[in-house]
Ligand binder design. Structure first.
Ligand code: ZN
Length: 335
C-alpha cells in the first residue's frame, strides 16, 4: 500500500472507531400537526376473561379493543370461534391475525412462514369476520423476511418492542409498531405516567396484554379492578381510545415536521444488554447497518441479524487491525 493509502486507512479507522464514542448524539424530534394522543388496547391469544371481564368494561365506557387471534381450531385456547363471533357482533372487537398456530416465524422456512401469515382467510370467512387489517408476530419474533411477507397481506404489524409510536414511526415502520406492555399487575400509576408524558405529543400508545384478572403463564397481568380504574382514568384525559387500525389510519393521515438537535449523551451507557463488553453505540450502528442491508436484501439482512454478535465483533476487530497496521511509526519504517 502507498504511504498515502495507509494514511487514509489510518484516519478512516480512527474516525469509525472513535466517532461513536463522542459524548453527544444527533436526535430527530417529530412535531405532528395534531397533538392528541391516541391509545389502543391490543390483546393476544384468547382467554375467557375477554368475555367475562373485558367486554363488560368496554360496554361500560363505550370503548373498543383489538384482539389478535390464531386459528382457534389449530391451537389450544380457552376461547372458541363461537366466542369470537359473539364478541365480533358487539361491534367493539376488532380481530387481527396472529398466525395459524402461533409458531416462532423466524425459525420457519419461507414457505411455512408465508402459510402462517396468510392462513387467516378460510377461518375468517367461515366465521363471517371482516378481513383482518393487521398482524401480530407470535412471541414478538420477526426478521426482514417476516416483515416483507407480512407487508404482502397486512397494512401494519404489532411487535412486543416497547415505546410510544410517533407519526414518523407509524408512517415509516408500519411493520414494527411498538407497544406498552401491561404485566405483573404493576401499579397503574406506571401506565398513567406513560400516558401523561405523552399527552399533547400526538403519539400512538398501543397497550398490549393477554387477559384481565386471569393468570397468563402463572401471572396476573392486571386485576379487574386496576383495569377498570385505568380505563376510567383514560377516558378522562385528552386522549382518544381507538381500535388498532383506527389509530394507525389516523396516524397515517397526520403530517409532521422534523427538527434535528444535538444532545449530550454518555457513549458508554448500556441501552440493551449484550454478552460482550462493547459499548452499546457500536451495537446500534451495527444494527443500523443490518437494517440498511435488510431493506435491499432481506435474506442477507436476516443472516446479519442472526450472526450480529460475531459480525459486529469482527468489524471492530478489523478496524483495530487496520489502525494498528497503518499507524504512523510503521509507515515511517517502511519508507
Ligand atoms: Zn401470542
Amino acid at each position: 500500500m502507498t504511504p498515502k493509502g495507509a494514511r487514509y486507512l489510518y484516519w478512516i479507522s480512527i474516525i469509525l472507531l472513535l466517532g461513536p464514542l463522542l459524548p453527544f448524539r444527533i436526535e430527530n424530534t417529530y412535531f405532528p400537526n395534531q397533538s392528541q394522543t391516541l391509545i389502543a388496547f391490543t390483546i393476544d391469544d384468547g382467554y375467557t376473561s375477554w368475555i367475562e371481564s373485558i367486554n363488560p368494561i368496554l360496554e361500560k365506557f363505550n370503548l373498543s379493543i383489538t384482539a389478535f387471534i390464531n386459528d382457534l381450531d389449530a391451537v389450544d385456547r380457552d376461547l372458541t370461534w363461537n366466542d369470537v363471533e359473539k364478541l365480533s357482533k358487539t361491534g367493539r372487537w376488532e380481530f387481527g391475525w396472529h398466525s395459524t398456530n402461533h409458531p416462532d416465524l423466524v425459525r420457519l422456512t419461507d414457505k411455512e412462514e408465508e402459510d402462517q401469515i396468510s392462513g387467516f382467510s378460510e377461518s375468517f370467512i367461515k366465521h363471517s369476520l371482516s378481513r383482518p387489517e393487521t398482524f401480530c408476530y407470535p412471541y414478538g419474533a420477526y426478521d426482514f423476511t417476516t416483515m416483507l411477507t407480512t407487508e404482502k397481506y397486512f397494512s401494519a404489524a404489532r411487535t412486543v418492542n416497547e415505546g410510544p409510536n410517533t407519526v414518523y414511526w407509524v408512517q415509516k415502520h408500519p411493520m414494527e409498531i411498538k407497544v406498552t406492555r401491561i404485566y405483573q399487575d404493576r401499579d397503574i400509576d406506571f401506565y398513567k405516567d406513560i400516558v401523561s408524558e405523552n399527552l399533547n405529543k400526538g403519539t400512538f400508545i398501543v397497550f398490549y396484554l393477554h387477559a384481565v384478572g386471569e393468570p397468563v403463564a402463572g401471572d396476573i397481568e392486571i386485576t379487574l379492578k386496576n383495569f377498570e380504574e385505568l380505563m376510567e382514568w383514560l377516558t378522562k384525559q385528552n386522549t382518544q381510545i381507538v381500535s388498532f387500525s383506527q389509530g394507525l389510519n389516523e396516524m397515517r393521515n397526520r403530517n409532521y415536521q422534523m427538527k434535528r438537535n444535538i444532545r449530550f449523551d454518555n457513549p458508554l451507557q448500556r441501552r440493551y444488554t449484550s454478552t460482550l463488553p462493547i459499548p452499546s453505540r457500536y451495537w446500534e450502528l451495527s444494527f443500523g447497518l443490518a437494517r440498511f442491508i435488510g431493506k435491499y436484501n432481506p435474506s442477507i439482512g436476516d443472516l446479519y441479524l442472526k450472526y450480529n454478535t460475531f459480525i459486529t465483533s469482527f468489524i471492530l476487530f478489523s478496524l483495530l487491525l487496520c489502525m494498528y497496521m497503518s499507524r504512523p511509526s510503521r509507515r515511517r519504517t517502511k519508507t
